[in-house]
Design a protein around this ligand. Structure first.
Ligand code: ADP
Ligand code: MG
Length: 237
């Protein structure tokens, strides 16, 4: 199969249960999902439905999952922890609800660091960081540390960091969930434009149906499984 036809990520029968206070909760009960290259998928579901759990599964951040997860054709559950770390580094970018930027580094440096880890030269990394931060309207904020930035600006830096290595798949867990509505809309629009512009795929958890309707496809977690959601906007595309 050519790379073009191969899903960026493929989940088959993914399960995850937690035991808490003697009670077992089956959060994921057999999740199937293929995300194709360049496809932007919204993951809907109310709080507690398992969105973060599912993104952790796709992000290869935790064990304890049943079923299979293939990232760029490589089976995660058959990889050891070093191989999983390499899969994450080579194929994934993350945006969380809280920015998780390094507090002692300025915006530019926060976007440079993951590129150095991935083996880019410092000169390349600086150019890429400045290009992304400028595209996100932070051209005048590159020397600011996270504490010197607003919530929306912090999330923009987090977006730049996630996209810095042009990952095949960007995972975002309610990336604008902490922002007011106007800022959230603006940051999400910029995020989607950059993701589309560089041809990355994305899986974006949100409980906001209005934001979800801007993406290519919408799926919803319901009773531990994924169901397709048809929106007028998604159909019109
Ligand atoms: P969402 O992101 O959609 O709000 P989560 O994936 O965070 O949902 O949580 C889904 C369910 O799994 C919740 O009932 C939550 O309490 C439970 N859960 C998540 N992580 C853990 C954990 N580490 N230990 C026990 N229960 C957990
Ligand atoms: Mg969550």
């Amino acid at each position: 199969m050519s790379d073009r036809m191969q899903p960026v990520v493929s989940l088959k029968g993914v399960t995850r249960s937690f035991v808490q206070g003697g009670t077992r909760i089956d959060v994921l009960r057999g999740v199937d999902l293929d995300v194709m290259p360049g496809e932007i998928v919204a993951l809907l579901g109310p709080s507690g439905s398992g969105k973060s759990t599912m993104l952790q599964a796709v992000g290869l951040l935790e064990g304890g999952f049943g079923g299979t997860i293939a990232l760029a054709g490589k089976r995660a559950e058959q990889s050891d922890s070093r191989a999983r770390t390499e899969l994450r580094r080579d194929h994934l970018g993350f945006v969380y609800q809280f920015h998780h930027l390094l507090p002692d580094f300025d915006a530019r440096e926060n976007v440079i660091l993951p590129q150095l880890v991935a083996g880019h030269t410092r000169d390349e990394a600086i150019i890429r960081a400045e290009e992304l931060l400028t595209a996100l309207g932070l051209g005048a904020r590159m020397d600011h540390r996270p504490s010197q930035l607003s919530g929306g600006e912090q999330q923009r830096v987090a977006v730049a960091r996630a996209l810095a290595n042009r990952p095949a798949l960007v995972l975002a867990d309610e990336p604008t969930g902490n922002l007011d509505e106007a800022t959230s809309d603006k940051v999400l629009a910029q995020f989607l434009e950059l993701v589309r512009g560089q041809g990355s795929a994305a899986l974006i958890a949100t409980h906001n149906e209005r934001l979800a309707a801007r993406m290519d496809r919408v799926v919803r977690l319901h009773e531990g499984k994924l169901e397709a959601v048809e929106t007028r906007e998604a159909l019109a595309r």
